[in-house]
Design a protein. Structure first.
Length: 54
């Protein structure tokens, strides 16, 4: 599984708007802005230990 939200975590700023007028959205590959990892953002759907096994 690659979705961190199952374990109760979140990654912010995965995408960003290139131009406000054209509303183009690009995936943030780390060059444009900082990405933030927030632990225990919300209740976990599955146990984090089980999530880490995969």
């Amino acid at each position: 599984m690659a979705n961190e939200k199952y374990a109760g975590n979140a990654i912010l700023n995965k995408t960003y708007v290139v131009d406000g007028l054209s509303k183009k959205v690009k995936r943030n590959d780390g060059k444009a802005q900082l990405m933030y990892f927030v632990e225990n953002n919300h209740p976990a759907i599955i146990d984090p230990a089980i999530f880490g096994r995969t």
